[in-house]
Design a protein around this ligand. Structure first.
Ligand code: TYD
Length: 192
């Protein structure tokens, strides 16, 4: 099973992935977590480019689309292992939400694995900007408003659950567990 977390920056994905992992392991599942961009050389190059002031320009966005697509190929083989649940911090769906144009991004990601379950951590843009590290050029209100709208449209094409990420960590975590439970034969009403 391939579970993907998506959402605008600052939605708390990494914290929530860790909490979900611990809970699934306590329920007897083998779990491996993944992060995109990866720690490959391509991933490092991406992180460098994300700090350039021109990262949102058309030219750089097209380049980033290519790099993100190449970077995710480093983890594709792993996902074939059916004995584990993979939980990924982002996927090609981030590319669809952040990069343009859509037709180009779709072609580049033709071979990227589709999630079995997509969890969108939906956060107010103003909160996202307030929580941002300030390092990345994407962390501005206008750009993230567009990304958030893209997400809400794109998720409709996949098996998905939308989680309100404006709440506190514990409430968000229990909402995620309740959303995931039915997909794994666990009891949603047994979660506090
Ligand atoms: P991430 O590491 O999640 O951000 P943070 O710095 O908050 O930990 O991701 C880095 C940025 O890369 C984030 O702004 C989203 C962006 N991104 C894309 O634009 N396209 C993609 O395909 C992916 C995977 C990420």
């Amino acid at each position: 099973m391939y579970i993907v977390f998506e959402g605008i920056d600052g939605a708390g994905k990494s914290t929530q992935i860790q909490l979900l992992k611990e809970w699934l392991e306590a329920n007897g599942f083998r779990v491996e977590t993944l992060v995109e961009p990866t720690d490959s050389k391509v991933g490092n190059l991406i992180r460098e480019i994300l700090q350039h002031p021109d990262a949102t320009t058309d030219r750089v966005q097209k380049t980033l689309g290519l790099l993100f697509a190449a970077d995710r190929m480093f983890i594709m083989d792993k996902l074939e292992d059916e004995s584990k649940i993979f939980i990924s911090d982002r996927s090609f769906i981030s590319s669809l939400a952040y990069q343009e144009p859509a037709e180009w991004i779709e072609v580049l990601n033709k071979y990227a694995k589709k999630p079995d379950l997509l969890l969108l951590l939906d956060l107010d843009v103003k909160k996202s900007v307030a929580r941002a590290s300030g390092e990345d050029t994407f962390e501005n209100e206008e750009f993230l408003t567009k990304v958030k709208d893209n997400y809400l449209r794109i998720v409709e094409n996949y098996t998905h659950e939308i989680i309100d990420a404006n709440n506190g960590v514990n409430k968000v975590s229990s909402d995620i567990k309740k959303a995931v439970a039915p997909y794994l034969g666990l009891c949603p009403d047994c979660i506090r």
